[in-house]
Ligand binder design. Sequence first.
Ligand code: EPZ
Length: 423
Amino acid sequence: MEKFRIFGDHRLTGTVRVSGAKNAALPCLAASLLTREPVRLSGLPRVRDILTMEKVLRALGEHCAHKNGTTTVVMGQATNTHAPYELVRTMRASVLVLGPLLAARRQARVALPGGCAIGARPIDFHLAALARLGAHIRLEHGDVVAEAPRGLFGAEITFPRVTVTGTENLLMAATLARGRTVLKGCAREPEVVDLATMLSRMGARISGAGTEVIEVEGVDQLAGCAHTVIPDRIEAGTYLMAALMVGNGVRIEGCLPQHLAAVLEVLEAAGAQVTAEPEALVVPPQETGLRGFALATREYPGFPTDLQAQAMALATQAEGLSEIVENIFENRFQHVLELKRLGADIAVAGHKAVVRGPCKLQGTTVMASDLRASAALVLAGLVAEGETVVDRIYHLDRGYEAMEVKLSSLGARIERFNPGPFL
Ligand code: EPZ
């Protein structure tokens, strides 16, 4: 099982380029199911979750071809409507094929995703909303079986709680539903807006993406399109925090700072010096250390839960107490115990973690538990004294493109190794 070996206290300098957003690429790939014509997607990050989604699309009869940074997806002759468990269990976002399959093929069988490290993560909001569009849904041997023999019909839907992929599933389903659909309580994430942009290019009639209310006028069919996904704001935020921890002049290129407004607000209040350019963040050598800060994760445009673990690693180096509250997932403090193994001073009470800093971390072996916790452990390893080994970095490979290559290019001493089959 591959691991990272990191030697701490190497300063980062230079420019790192941000890849395309995994969480925009996944729904955009799923949206290719809505048309028989070719869809050409560019800027897809080379990460494992994208490969998994392509496997799901192939299992559904789509062909995926890659050339010069563009992935072309087109429907094959033999289509299928079953997304198998062995693929869905490796990536919950496979549930994003449910809405498009129902809309385009009027049936779908998608394995019910199990829980994951950060929480139960049910899809009840997705299913209830699809039923409102006229789908008949049942659970059968661990699969969600959904049918709409007469097609889908527009309806007014209010999500009980903001759900990113739930909004995306329903947005895709509504594009081919007869009549008008009004979605209330929608997620406002930039990735939702990016999906709506792509769907509009395919001929969908959507208004309100990026707000809490999205209206969709169904159409009979959608065309193919070419679309480039937005940059990954979570990757950009991760390198921003690395630069604040061990940077000596870092430029984060190809990102959209406006997607990180809540993050920049918290960090600047803590004394971080960061300059935002239209498509870059510039982190000069910091004149002073950070002061302790407070953050509470919220749906966009609030502080993203996907940067909570990384912020906790940063907080270990801030002066004084930092308070971190996780409001989105019920179990997203898996990284706390691993950070404490490195010497961090963190106390947890329910959904709140209090971090005391600055703390001299000492390298040791730690274990990744989920995608963003892995990133937090890498950041901690960059600042820890001596050698840190991060185990189970397959979690990291799901959502970060060549992280060790990008960090090494900035001067970090980090290497990927595989100690062999028994370790
Ligand atoms: C998306 O997950 C992201 N994944 C997650 O990123 C991100 O952490 C999350 O949104 C929150 O921002 C993708 O976009 C592929 P939710 P999603 O539905 O859509 C509860 C990463 O690291 N809920 O917005 O699955 C749910 O349990 C990943 O890239 C229900 O109860 O999250 C959670 O507590 C991790 N029933 C809350 O709502 C439902 O039907 C928000 O979940 C749906 C959600």
